[in-house]
Design a protein around this ligand. Structure first.
Ligand code: BGP
Length: 486
């Protein structure tokens, strides 16, 4: 079916500081935990140069304008703004982001600015990061500096991106520093602190009377039981409690529901631990939930679960070799591939129906708020082709175009059901460093040749440019029924 996107529906692309900037030693930037992590002898890549956005941001932003990209997600690196635990401010870091933000505005591009996208300063990390008593205060200091300097020009703030993924990878999968395995209890406590930091940041922003909006971006992953038994349903409910409900309850409803608390405590029982938030923290969550302006959804994949009483077993597919991953947590559940659902080379299910379900569910279960899809995209192995007859080198990423089309169709379907979705951002504007997979998993609309940092528009960049102009899209009708969840 041919459909028209509303004229005021935001179509943008997005990035994250550590994944694109490089220049990790420039202009007084403080070290990040990731600098050390990627310096390990076993690491095969690092973020020292990344996509050199720090150097090339002016051309990159100008290119966005040429391709009708009117909104750009960026994140500010805490490490460039705050020098040390005393909270000293780095003027050169402020100057850099001032230039980036101004450059967006001069090009008619609305910046959507995240304060935190996984990249803690080393001095924060060494103290225990989100498990340490002072981190929330340190984050607020950093946020206040950003609001003060950029608050009159930035109209869309995101406190943090994907806090659930952060703590899961830090304490459960062991794939992010400090690389701890199966410590679900630490993940829950750290996530709660992140959510308190988010809430206090929202409250701080609102107290400063600035002329913009603020929200958070949650990596939403729909969780379905594999057919068959109430045990599988229970496994999916437990997985979902931590993957989605814990965060959504806190930021949207302003507190954890009794059901979420029961499920989380059932999970923690396996570690002989429990979770009970302090009353003062709940009051903070409540206040912020009422004041938060929008919720961002980062969507890539969904999960199909069965009950699991075997050993914990998580294996990561870092190389893009299909079928090499596993995810099983004793007493919680095991995620399995579902036969009729396609996957990426990195074993992520491609399931636009999950995005539709998440949008509907948030709309139905939580107080009304505008939603944005703040990230969605497809990682692929890609190579720069030889020049064609016209000398152009265009990566033919039809799979990415299909992926975006399918997910945007799901968004439009949700909007038809009354869900208030205001925009959609492709991850990513240009090829970027993938935290776990380095530079071989490409997501960009623009290809980066890492040998010389040249950029080349992919076929998807042209497609997106035309879509942003015409707003007309051939949607995928079979979407909601083709690969139905059980
Ligand atoms: C999101 C992160 C992004 C990005 C994306 C793709 O959750 O916010 O930073 O990396 O996932 O993930 P990956 O690079 O692991 O494929």
């Amino acid at each position: 079916m041919i459909r028209k996107l509303p004229q005021d529906f935001v179509l943008g692309t997005t990035t994250a500081a550590y994944q694109v900037e490089g220049s990790t030693d420039a202009d007084g930037r403080a070290p990040a935990e990731w600098d050390c992590w990627y310096n390990r002898p076993s690491s095969t890549f690092d973020g020292k140069t990344a996509s050199e956005f720090y150097i090339h941001f002016k051309e990159d932003i100008a290119r966005c304008r040429q391709y009708n990209i009117k909104a750009l997600g960026i994140s500010i690196a805490w490490t460039r703004i705050i020098k040390n635990e005393q909270g000293e401010v780095n003027e050169a870091g402020l100057a850099f982001y001032r230039e980036v933000i101004d450059c967006c505005l001069e090009n008619g591009i609305e910046p959507y600015v995240a304060l935190y996208h996984f990249d803690s300063p080393l001095f924060i990390f060494e103290e225990g990061e989100w498990l340490a008593p002072n981190t929330v205060e340190q984050f607020l200091h950093y946020a206040r500096v950003c609001f003060k300097h950029f608050g009159s020009r930035v109209k869309h703030w995101i406190t943090m991106k994907d806090p659930v993924s952060l703590v899961v990878n830090e304490y459960v999968t062991g794939l992010f520093p400090p690389a701890e395995h199966y410590e679900i209890s630490k993940a829950v406590h750290a996530l709660h602190k992140l959510l308190v930091a988010h809430a206090r940041t929202v409250n701080l922003y609102k107290s400063m009377n600035l002329p913009g909006e603020i929200g958070i971006a949650h990596r939403a992953e729909a969780v379905y039981p594999l057919a068959g038994s109430w045990k599988n349903e229970r496994a999916a409910a437990l997985d979902d409690a931590f993957t989605n409900r814990f965060l959504l309850d806190a930021v949207m409803a302003g507190g954890y529901s009794p059901k979420t608390l029961t499920d989380i405590n059932d999970i923690l029982a396996r570690d002989n631990d429990s979770f009970a938030p302090a009353q003062a923290e709940l009051a903070t969550l409540r206040e912020a939930a009422g004041r938060m302006d929008f919720l961002g959804i980062n969507y890539y994949t969904s999960h199909f679960c069965e009950a699991w009483s075997g050993e914990d077993d998580i294996q990561h597919n870092a190389s893009g070799l299909r079928g090499s991953s596993s995810y099983a947590l004793h007493g919680v559940g095991r995620r399995l591939a579902k036969e009729d659902v396609p996957t990426t080379d990195w074993d992520w299910s491609i399931f636009p129906h999950g995005l539709y379900d998440m949008l509907l569910r948030i709309h139905e279960e939580y107080p009304a708020k505008p939603l944005y899809v703040t990230e969605n995209g497809l990682g692929l192995h890609e190579q720069l082709p030889e020049p064609d007859a016209n000398g152009a080198r265009i990566v033919e990423d039809d799979d990415r175009i299909d992926y975006i089309r399918q997910h945007l169709s799901a968004v439009l379907d949700a909007m038809d059901e009354g869900v208030d979705v205001r925009g959609y951002f492709v991850w990513s504007m240009l090829d970027a460093m993938s935290w776990l997979n380095g530079y071989d998993k490409r997501y960009g609309l623009f290809f980066v040749d890492y040998k010389n940092q040249q950029r080349y528009p992919k076929k998807s960049a042209y497609w997106f440019r035309d879509l942003a102009k015409s707003r007309i899209m051939l949607t995928v009708d079979a979407l909601r029924t083709s690969v139905l969840a059980p």
